[in-house]
Design a protein around this ligand. Structure first.
Ligand SMILES: *Cc1c(COP(=O)(O)O)cnc(C)c1O
Length: 460
């Protein structure tokens, strides 16, 4: 057996034995996988000793930055004391209790109960069941349908992927599960035509309510949405969209699920993304930033409206995971939330680094190849286009986004491509100097991609 102490040996063994998520592993093996070996603060280090600015916080999760010893120490202590015990059979343990109480402090006042899982996907599967169980307990078992949105991302288990609005996911493995419907997304740049963003936001909200009325509101249990669509390309909805929709859902007595897996825990400059969107959710989906990714953890926040019914009328909730409330994951989350509070990271994003990066990021839209550049808090995107006045798209086979993603990585910045939209969500601890570096690297990527597009005759 070869030892795995060179990049080449790692690549070979990875190709031989590892099937990657969201990857064509055959194509990846042909080109050679990137190897990341360590990370500190906002920087990754790869096997060639390149230093790369992690503009995606891993996968939107490492909010407090890499290498935080406070979290490492808390997890180590917890593992030494109690590595594992379950929370199923009338037992609990200190770290899950402390985390539950801490979450009730950082969430809005009507959230006081939490159920734990291992991921965002599991949290959404749990909420799918809980929302329908709530209506069964309310003697309205006909309320079963859950409305989601095209372009929404809610995870990869069968139910979560069904809630998501990605045809590429639905077509593998027999999804969508019954009783899930999809409404349009509030993607103004791509679909807004001649409408102002405000008018377009109203139109999509009304189309969604019309869809509900066509289905029959008496059959709709809940609607799920991310405050800002993340994996769908960082779609920041027009200001009119969520308030109109939230009011319509309330009038129809439909529960609202805010999927806060990306937008929660400070990403938008608020503790939770819905707080800036004018919605008042009955459930929140949590994962990623809850533990900054140090240990896998998901949670479901259950509002008093739902929790009271569960506690008063419910039987045993026949649901749970072996690792629900895992002691080490809870310890990581507690240490993570303590960092967020003591370093006032939500306020830092809202008042300082957020506005600082946003101003520079939005200025990228001056480039002839950039159609729009948007950012809230520290989550943003810009759109490549061959003709910014026509808001037109490059042909898919031109692979502009993927080309730019490679230019970016090779120039020391991780940006993700969603089609030809480049997205970014750096750690919340980003300094101004690091923000300047991020912007100058993004500018370089845009220039390189522009030269590439022109030399291939792709610009309009
Ligand atoms: C990542 C993500 C999920 C799924 O979380 P996993 O931990 O990957 O299962 C759900 N919702 C949103 C909004 C996400 O970004």
């Amino acid at each position: 057996m070869n030892s795995l102490n060179t990049k080449h040996a790692l690549q070979q063994a990875d190709a031989a034995h590892h099937i990657h998520p969201f990857t064509n592993t055959r194509e990846l093996n042909a080109r050679g996988v990137r190897v990341i070996t360590s990370a500190k603060g906002v920087y990754l280090q790869d096997a060639d000793n390149n230093q790369i600015l992690d503009g995606m916080s891993g996968l939107w999760c490492v909010n407090v930055g890499h290498g935080r010893m406070e979290i490492v120490d808390a997890v180590t202590k917890q593992l030494e004391k109690l590595a594992y015990y379950n929370t199923f059979f009338n037992t609990t343990h200190p770290s899950v209790v402390e985390l539950s109480r801490l979450l009730s402090e950082v969430t809005p006042a009507n959230f006081n109960h939490f159920h734990f899982t291992g991921s965002g996907s599991e949290s959404n599967d749990t909420i799918f069941r809980l929302a329908r169980y709530y209506w069964e307990l309310m003697d309205k078992p006909e309320k079963k349908i859950v409305l989601a949105r095209r372009g929404g991302y809610h995870g990869s288990t069968v139910t979560a992927a069904s809630l998501g609005g990605f045809p590429s996911m639905h077509k593998q493995g027999g999804m969508v599960v019954p009783d899930v419907f999809h409404a349009p997304a509030p993607s103004w740049w791509a679909e807004g035509g001649d409408l102002t963003p405000e008018a377009f936001g109203l139109r999509v909200a009304h189309q969604t309510l019309e869809l509900i009325d066509a289905i029959g509101a008496h059959r709709v249990a809940a609607m799920i949405g991310e405050p800002i669509m993340g994996a769908g390309g960082v779609i920041i909805p027009p200001a009119t969209y969520w308030p109109t929709l939230a009011k319509g859902l309330k009038e129809r007595d439909i529960l609202f699920i805010s999927d806060e897996v990306i937008c929660g825990f400070g990403r938008t400059g608020h503790w939770f993304g819905h707080e800036m969107m004018g919605t008042s959710p009955d459930f929140m989906t949590m994962a990623k930033g809850i533990s900054s990714g140090y240990i896998p953890l998901g949670a479901v926040a259950i509002s008093d409206r739902v929790a009271n019914v569960l506690l008063e009328k419910g039987d045993e909730f026949a649901h749970g995971f072996t690792y629900s409330g895992h002691p080490a994951a809870c310890a990581a989350a507690i240490a993570n939330l303590n960092i967020m509070r003591s370093e006032r990271l939500v306020e830092y994003v809202r008042d300082d680094i957020g506005p600082y990066l946003q101003a520079k990021w939005k200025a990228l839209a001056a480039h002839p190849m950039v159609g729009e550049a948007v950012m809230e808090g520290l989550i943003g995107a810009f759109q490549f286009t061959p003709d910014k006045n026509a808001r037109s798209f490059f042909p898919e086979e031109a692979k502009i986004g993927l080309t730019a993603r490679d230019f970016s990585f090779d120039n020391g910045l991780v940006m993700r491509a969603v089609g030809d939209r480049m997205v970014i969500a750096p750690p919340l601890v980003l300094t101004r100097q690091e923000a300047d570096e991020l912007i100058s690297k993004a500018e370089k990527v845009i220039d390189l991609t522009y030269a590439h597009a022109r030399s291939h005759g792709l610009m309009g």
